[in-house]
Design a binder for this molecule. Structure first.
Ligand code: ARG
Length: 468
């Protein structure tokens, strides 16, 4: 509030707002996180006002000094909020006016909170989106590093329908998760590129009669584009929805990894063992070692999906241009970014320290039936049509199970298979034979590992490059 506790928009309305109104409409508790970005946007705005002659040099200096002081106060947590500050934007304008006097009252020239808020939020997204991408990159790096440490004899059953299908190298399995994160990173980068449009100068909805120069602001802030349509500039929250989709999808990927951690560290599987630092105990059962981190990574995906659907529902009925409903974009966005960042860091810690029980995984994968497809494919090389070969081997499996005869014996006795076929049943043979590009055996996984490292290098270079 300004002017003896009245809000900045007091001119039009006679009575003071009801206390309950301020309680219901204020957003300061949430949007105070935009403080530094609001200062950055306001600095660019007043620089433009000075450049077009709407602020004289002395006024410009006074306002710039006040903004510098506000930034320091925000950073050092000494900024004092007034009881009537409705949001961070009005709080900052109030403080600038306190510090800069009459010049401060000119800060909002040619600007509305509608384009101001859109700008601050885009600046926030540009910075925090990159930090999130660094988190995605961090977890992907852990997975690729762990895959790179593994020998060619570390394999586990590969599953379809959660039934043993064919053995796969553990490195292959870990890299599958890394590729999903690699796509999340690229999607994030793509969404951030679309957020880099400077909306300042749109005013409340229609631009201004003043000689504003929105391109000046755009250049100052290093945005590649400025808005083309003022109505769109103040009502567009696509960049929020897109980011929330990328976050939700990444959350789903983390959830799937979390689910496997839960399964593979269970006594029934026993494939992986959590480091004690990344496991939890039970308050009642002394023997328990629980995968709470993985479970929460899985559980929080639900929350992230909720954040996306919530914002889409908020947007769907809105007529152009600004509506106060749009204030509801920030809480879900901030929460989703924080939640995903936390889950990425936690899973990175867990996956960096989890240990792998190679023997247990091998024992599970070395069922003679693991070679069933290879046997059918051996028949194919002997010009048996695949469908017929499939039925032949399927019959042998059924007989082995029904009559309790070792599968190897039946295979050796089968016309058209014989001794060569027996060698396919040796432990580890099935995974070594997965040679086709992108497949689960040592040769293609070696190539895949270097492709994954290349991707991580390219993505690292982007993280280190300047935005814009
Ligand atoms: N706190 C509000 C928001 O985040 C500020 C915009 C208010 N604009 C208005 N025309 N009432 O959207």
């Amino acid at each position: 509030m300004s002017d003896g506790g009245r809000p900045l928009w007091h001119g039009r309305l006679g009575d003071r707002p009801a206390p309950e109104l301020m309680g219901f409409t204020a957003s300061l508790g949430i949007d105070r996180r935009l403080g530094p970005d609001d200062v950055t946007g306001t600095e660019a705005h007043v620089d433009m006002l000075a450049a077009v002659g709407l602020l004289d040099p002395a006024e410009h200096r006074a306002v710039r000094d006040a903004l510098a002081q506000v930034r320091t106060e925000l950073e050092s947590h000494t900024f004092t909020f007034a009881p009537g500050d409705e949001d961070i934007h009005t709080a900052i304008e109030r403080r600038v006016t306190e510090l800069a006097g009459a010049a401060g009252a000119k800060v909002h020239t040619g600007r509305s909170r509608n384009d101001q808020v859109a700008l601050a939020l885009r600046l926030w997204v540009r910075r925090e989106g990159r930090a999130l991408a660094a988190g995605v990159h961090g977890l992907a790096t852990v997975l690729v590093d762990r895959a790179g440490e593994l020998d060619d004899d570390v394999y586990l059953p590969g599953y379809t329908h959660l039934q043993h299908a064919q053995p796969v190298l553990l490195a292959h399995h870990l890299l599958a998760h890394a590729w999903a994160l690699g796509r999340d990173f690229d999607r994030l980068r793509d969404a951030l590129a679309r957020a880099e449009v400077c909306p300042l100068g749109a005013g409340a909805l229609a631009g201004s009669s003043l000689p504003l120069d929105p391109d000046h602001v755009r250049r100052t802030l290093g945005f590649p584009l400025r808005f083309e349509n003022s109505l769109d500039a103040v009502s567009d929250r696509d960049f929020v929805a897109e980011l929330l989709f990328v976050i939700a999808l990444c959350g789903v990927h983390l959830s799937r990894l979390g689910e496997e951690v839960v399964l593979f560290t269970s006594e029934e599987f026993g494939f992986w063992r959590l480091d004690d630092a990344w496991a939890t105990g039970s308050s009642m059962l002394p023997q328990k070692k629980n995968p709470d981190v993985a479970e929460l990574a899985r559980g929080r995906a639900g929350r992230l999906i909720g954040r996306l659907t919530g914002v889409l529902a908020t947007l769907k009925g809105l007529p152009l241009a600004y509506n106060r409903d749009l204030q509801e974009d920030k809480e879900p966005l901030f929460d989703a970014v924080d939640t995903l960042a936390g889950a990425l860091a936690a899973l990175a810690g867990l996956m960096r320290t989890v240990s792998f029980d190679a023997e247990r995984m091998r024992a599970a994968a070395d069922s003679p039936f693991a070679a069933a497809t290879d046997l059918a494919e051996l028949l194919v090389t002997r010009v048996v049509p695949f469908r017929e070969a499939h039925a032949t081997v399927g019959n042998l499996v059924r007989q082995a199970l029904e009559r309790g005869i070792p599968f190897g014996e039946l295979v050796a006795a089968q016309p058209g298979l014989g001794d060569e076929a027996r060698s396919l049943l040796q432990p580890g043979a099935a995974v070594r034979r997965r040679r086709s590009p992108g497949g689960a055996g040592p040769q293609p996984v070696g190539a895949q590992l270097s492709a994954a490292r290349d991707l991580l290098r390219r993505q690292r270079a982007w993280l280190e490059s300047a935005p814009g």
